[in-house]
Design a protein around this ligand. Sequence first.
Ligand SMILES: [Zn+2]
Length: 173
Amino acid sequence: MKYDMIKVYGQDLNSKFRLQLKACATFSLARMLPKRKRLLDNVSLDIHVRHHDCEGEARFKDGDNVYRPRNFQIIIDKHRLVKDDYQRECSETEHAHKIFETLCHECVHVKQYLTNELTLRTGNLFWKGHHYDVESMLDYHETPYEIEAYGRQRGLLLGFLSIISELEDEIEY
Ligand SMILES: [Zn+2]
């Protein structure tokens, strides 16, 4: 992905963190779509870090072609990520990692949209042409698109963290 095609919106984010968010999205999509550089060069992404009704969401930008989406928004609510599942306050590093991991998760959905595995038709999601009724959190976690997103978010996070530590080592020396 081209860095100038990624924009980060949000208050209280320093320039290093903004750059890391761009690097995280770029890494995740390149990792999931190897040899698809030309496709990825046509993708634009706005990352919004703000209050939202869930921890993260990936969606098309207004006016994008729903049959061939290339322009995406990812919204991350960092305020929902300050505590862990057991209501324990996270350290600053842990909080940052949770934001990156959420971004990785949403990038999996962007990948699914780019490959048309996941499609949106008249407000309904279809996975490889099949619509899954989601009426509970259990249903949600059992959809194939969430299984893939939860299944890959950790590996993508760890891969991203290993490359940023290398980049930062390079800067230091
Ligand atoms: Zn998801």
